[in-house]
Write a protein that binds this ligand. Structure first.
Ligand code: AMP
Ligand code: MN
Ligand code: MN
Length: 316
């Protein structure tokens, strides 16, 4: 991976116009990682544009530079870099227009780049971006530090998840020293909830069902629930975490009805079941403890039935 980082630094230094690509249904890690590099590139007087083809979550509006994100990739650029995206289709773009550097930490990454910097031991893609900036001797302004710190805390559940250790805190320390404020970032991320979200959560929690000796909990979220409350689709995630947090539960599932009627599945586990492996078998991806996929089936019960069979096998 060090070799890939060296090659990537070379490519970045040569490039004049760079497109920074983030994954569909973006989260703090993909956006924070892209913005972390973006502000560094501005310091190097590079032209850079930021791309996300889908809707941005409401609570990430504080990330420095987020308003610069465009829905379409630029017509011409000489380098593309993707962040936190395990497969090319999750970028939401038609085709690769230029040399592509893939920066990520998903074990399920399909290595779709011309250079792949994929570190499954990294707690967040933001950690990989920081390593690149540091190795390349590139600028790390306050805006980059805030963006990368946000990526790091969000993907680790504020330093709770597997993979968090001394190096995570060392990185957090460096980012704080460069101007990231933990209190401000936490307040921006977590303490500006809309009422619609609090109205949605009880509707989702009411669907909670326990399976396989109460080791698995499933939740459902319909388009109707979103329409009824005015909430947006990413707002159900807290209900999923509450279901996982039940004492008996090892795996929690959220089955969400998408705009086109397909079912998006989000999975979280505590310590034994590798949900990333299950997601890959269903055509998706992710990590051991957090993974997802979109099923072409339009039927909650059928998706749940297939999933429970797969989970049962994993738990044996
Ligand atoms: P989510 O359940 O959407 O919050 O995602 C949890 C993890 O699984 C994240 O790391 C995602 O990148 C990954 N993931 C979710 N959905 C998909 C998908 N359809 N394909 C590949 N990876 C996914
Ligand atoms: Mn992500
Ligand atoms: Mn990530």
């Amino acid at each position: 991976m060090q070799e890939a980082i060296t090659q990537a630094i070379q490519k970045i230094k040569e490039a004049r116009y760079i497109a920074l690509l983030t994954h569909i249904d973006p989260d703090a890690d993909t956006l924070g990682s892209a913005l972390g590099l973006y502000h560094s590139l501005l310091g190097l007087s590079k032209r850079a544009s930021l791309v996300n083809t889908t809707k941005l979550p409401y609570n990430l509006d504080f990330l420095p530079g987020i308003k610069k994100i465009k829905k379409e990739p630029p017509k011409r650029c000489d380098l593309m870099i993707s962040f936190d995206c395990g497969s090319f289709d999750r970028l939401g773009i038609e085709k690769k227009e230029a040399f592509l550097i893939n920066i990520d930490h998903h074990r399920s990454n399909t290595m779709y780049g011309d250079i792949n910097i994929v570190d499954p031991t990294a707690a967040a893609t933001g950690e990989v971006v920081y390593a690149l900036l540091e190795k390349g001797g590139m600028p790390i302004p306050k805006e980059s530090a805030i963006s990368l710190y946000t990526a790091l805390v969000d993907d680790t559940g504020f330093f709770q998840y597997e993979g968090v250790g001394a190096k995570t805190f060392e990185l957090a320390k460096k980012l704080c020293a460069r101007g990231a404020s933990p209190e401000w970032v936490a307040r921006m991320l977590k303490m500006r909830e809309p009422l619609s979200k609090l109205r949605l959560l009880p509707l989702v929690l009411q669907t909670l069902t326990l399976h396989l000796n109460a080791k698995v909990a499933s939740l459902r979220m319909t388009r109707h629930m979103l329409a009824q409350t005015g909430a947006t689709k990413e707002m159900g995630e807290d209900a999923l975490h509450m279901a996982r947090n039940l004492a008996t539960v090892e795996v929690a599932l959220l089955l969400r009805e998408e705009e086109d009627g397909r079912i998006k599945v989000s999975m979280r586990s505590k310590e034994r079941v590798d949900v990333g492996k299950i997601a890959v078998a269903f055509g998706g991806g992710g990590h051991k403890r957090a993974a997802g996929f979109v099923s072409d089936l339009h039927d909650f019960d059928r998706v749940l039935h297939l999933l429970l069979e797969a989970i049962k096998k994993e738990m044996e």
